[in-house]
Design a protein. Structure first.
Length: 350
């Protein structure tokens, strides 16, 4: 009997673990990306954890039914996550292994639940010991994610509640750490939201001035290639802002420009003070002088807007460009990438 219980016990333990992993990710991302956005956007980050929790409880109560649903959900999710990466050749072994706990492992767990369901159909009487572990597993499945959520919240909640937002979305001058720049006000020079609900890709910003002037149809150049740093400096959207930074003109004014990665890094703030961050030229965590990480605060950021990354005017290569996150991390994304989290902000000299 102890050996026959093993698949069900392992499946229950792994499914609870997977639920806790998704809870950790969802709650952390809710505070990192979603905080400050209007309801119900922050709640969307908890959907994967809620789905996993529902499947876990279902499989513990009715293992055969729950197991088949888990297999189907896990297979579809694995195909959606791993399929495009394998097809595009962007799936090294480390990337595949990193997704294993929430893709193919889920399929294996579902298979073990199906096995457990068949075992239960064969037994005529359930022992008191088995009844106890079933009740204990259901209780753990419900309590463990709540404990994970409470632990993550205990870390992040004081940080987001202490954010500084003076409400000023006009042009802002930020001095210190070797730079002095005026940052554009809200409007076309700062996080100009597009009809698809997100913000322009690096290519679109760099090719704005290419005829016909505008962002429409500027995902790439006509020959299919990506924009370059030179394009950003000559036909970039920022070049078309008037002196106030609030209106785009038909002809380039050459007053505003895209900031460099180092300029964004050196302008990061925490509680009204410059964070003292310096960029070493490579993707990764910035070295900052101030105790604690920079945060999504004014005057550099708008805490109530979705963008948590700013595009810089720098490119890594012909296909990727740099961005800087509010908490002091430099990364790269394809130049054609545009979504609700990648914003931008033009600058000019005082």
């Amino acid at each position: 009997m102890s050996k026959s219980l093993l698949p069900g016990l392992i499946a229950a333990g792994l499914m609870i673990l997977i639920t806790c992993l998704w809870t950790f990710w969802g709650v952390a991302e809710m505070y990192y990306e979603g905080w400050g956005n209007p309801f119900p956007i922050p709640v969307f980050y908890l959907v994967p954890a809620a789905i996993c929790l529902s499947l876990t409880v279902l499989a513990l109560l009715w293992p055969r039914l729950g197991g088949w649903i888990i297999v189907i959900v896990g297979s579809v999710f694995s195909a959606l996550i791993l399929g495009p990466r394998v097809a595009n050749g962007r799936a090294p072994l480390t990337a595949l292994l990193s997704w294993m706990p929430v893709t193919l492992l889920v399929v294996l767990v579902g298979t073990m639940f199906i096995w457990e369901g068949r075992r239960r159909r064969k037994i005529e009487d359930v022992s008191p010991r088995e009844r106890r572990w079933r009740r204990g597993a259901v209780a753990l499945a419900l309590v463990a994610p709540l404990l994970v959520a409470a632990g993550v919240s205990a870390y992040y909640l004081p940080i987001v509640l202490a954010r500084v937002d003076d409400g000023d979305r006009g042009p802002r001058r930020i001095d210190g750490n070797g730079v002095s720049l005026i940052w554009a006000p809200a409007g076309p020079g700062w996080n100009w939201k597009q009809p698809f609900g997100g913000y322009p890709a690096w290519n679109s910003l760099a090719l704005y001035g290419v005829e016909p002037v505008g962002l429409e149809g500027k995902a790439r150049k006509p020959d299919g290639s990506n924009a370059s740093e030179q394009d950003m400096m000559t036909t970039g959207l920022c070049r078309y802002l008037d002196e106030s930074g609030s209106t785009l003109t038909p002809e380039p004014q050459n007053i505003w420009r895209m900031p460099t990665t180092d300029e964004i890094a050196r302008s990061l703030v925490l509680h009204g003070q410059n964070a003292g961050c310096v960029w070493n030229g490579e993707p990764g965590r910035l070295d900052c002088a101030i105790k604690g990480r920079p945060d999504k605060e004014t005057p550099l950021w708008a805490p109530d807007q979705p963008p948590i990354y700013y595009w810089s005017g720098d490119e890594l290569d012909e296909n990727q460009a740099f961005y800087v996150s509010y908490n002091g991390h430099v990364g790269v994304q394809p130049k054609s990438w545009g979504n609700p989290r990648h914003g931008y902000r033009c600058v000019r000299n005082p």
